[in-house]
Design a protein around this ligand. Structure first.
Ligand code: VAH
Length: 317
């Protein structure tokens, strides 16, 4: 049985249906701080800062895999640094301890390109680059990677991790990250609204389409244990591009789409993140290969969001 903690988030809301399709409805338990109204399937209300609650659910459902997707992201995390640290670390320690004590077979831990800072070669950042993260979120993810490796080395717990780039998808909204602009821009274009970007036009970052991110996650978790050579976290990327590249691609479909730039504190965060990452270890160890570039991302985002907004307006009639 698989338990997903943080199932209501940007990744969790797409991973749950995918896992249920693959492993069966009855084998995937979603959990988060509250049960969404429209939620279907098994759901447990879990505040992941409560170790006993996680332990009860793991025992009750005989959980043997946990995906820990709960965390406070980079931008939001800067509002209250010590609280961000406490929540991001406490929740992961709870997952590691409950997994160790209940012989959970596999744990997935999402890391991020946020673990890198200006001491790495940000033009092409490898798995092994030096980590000097400049956000609390990045610091907590770098620490979490090492805790995951520690539980593997000391207790044999099979913790696997991916350093996600900015994730772009039409199924869910991001929650407080520095790459959130890359989802919002499509919603504004499809709704014929102007878009104000909180990064500079040339702020290139590694990005990935939701379908690629979810497929990579499941491929990593399904890879034979002996193939996994990176026990901190694997770099992963779909494509790297800047806001101006997205605008150019979108204006091919929406020539009148207007964009203005008002860089804020998130520009300073982005400047210390990689422009491009080297994900060759993922390609070698578990056959990773992205399927979506900016052109394909744009065409799928636009066509799916058009359908969503059309349905919304039909339903409201
Ligand atoms: C964030 N979307 O911006 C997340 C992610 C690399 C980006 O970690 O914080």
């Amino acid at each position: 049985k698989i338990l997903v903690i943080g199932a209501n988030g940007q990744l969790g809301s797409v991973l749950i249906p995918e896992l249920r399709k693959k492993y069966g409805e009855a084998n995937v338990i979603a959990s988060d701080l509250q049960k969404p109204k429209q939620s279907t399937g098994l759901f447990e209300v879990i505040d992941a800062t409560d170790q006993n609650k996680i332990d009860d659910v793991v025992k009750a459902h005989k959980v043997n895999q946990i995906y820990h997707l709960a965390a406070i992201l980079s931008a939001k995390g800067e509002q209250n640094p010590l609280q961000t640290w406490d929540i991001n670390m406490k929740t992961f320690f709870n997952v590691l301890e409950v997994s160790r004590l209940n012989n959970v077979q596999k744990v997935f831990y999402p890391s991020s390109i946020a673990v890198f800072g200006d001491r790495a070669d940000l033009n092409c950042t490898t798995d092994e680059a030096y980590l000097n993260p400049a956000t609390v979120y990045g610091i907590s993810k770098a620490a979490g990677e090492n805790w995951g490796q520690y539980y593997f080395l000391k207790y044999g717990l099979d913790v696997r991790s991916i350093r996600y780039p900015g994730v772009i998808g039409y199924q869910s909204l991001p929650g407080g990250g520095t790459t959130d602009y890359a989802v919002d821009i499509y919603h504004k274009a499809v709704n014929g609204e102007a878009f104000e970007c909180f990064l500079k036009p040339d702020a290139a970052l590694p990005m990935i389409f939701m379908e690629d991110a979810i497929r990579a996650t499941i491929e990593l978790m399904e890879a034979p244990k002996e193939n996994i050579t990176v026990r901190t976290s694997y770099n992963l990327a779909g494509a790297s591009f800047a806001p101006q590249d997205m605008v150019e691609e979108i204006q091919k479909l929406y020539p009148k789409f207007e964009v203005s730039y008002a860089p804020d504190f998130r520009q300073h965060i982005a400047e210390k993140w990689p422009k491009k990452v080297d994900d060759s270890n993922a390609r070698i160890d578990w056959g990773w290969k992205p399927k979506y570039d900016l052109k394909r991302i744009t065409s799928v985002m636009v066509s799916e969001l058009k359908k969503q907004y059309q349905k919304k307006s039909d339903d409201s009639k």
